[in-house]
Ligand binder design. Sequence first.
Ligand code: ZN
Length: 115
Amino acid sequence: MDGPSDVWTSHALAAMDRAISEAGRATEHGDVPVGAALFDSATGAIVATAHNRREVDADPTAHAEVLALRAAAAQRGGWRMTGLSMAVTLEPCVMCAGALLNARESTAWCSARSI
Ligand SMILES: [Zn+2]
């Protein structure tokens, strides 16, 4: 990932809209409303979206970011997310930040920071 940036690209803003929509879906099954959208950094094409599913899946790793990475990896047939960026509605936790780094995703755009 690159360092933090205050300049949002139009692709990142569009992806954040999708991530926010996904976040709302998490509340339908009692999960914390966090959503993520993985997109092509150059074209803005959405590659995968996901929302938190820890409660409904009884899976402590079912965070939106991890689920989006898994969906994209299955689609692409590989784990490298080079050239992709992620919009996520909440600053990634340690697990997700590690997953994003390991996936070689290029940039994470967060709408809110954890405190
Ligand atoms: Zn997480």
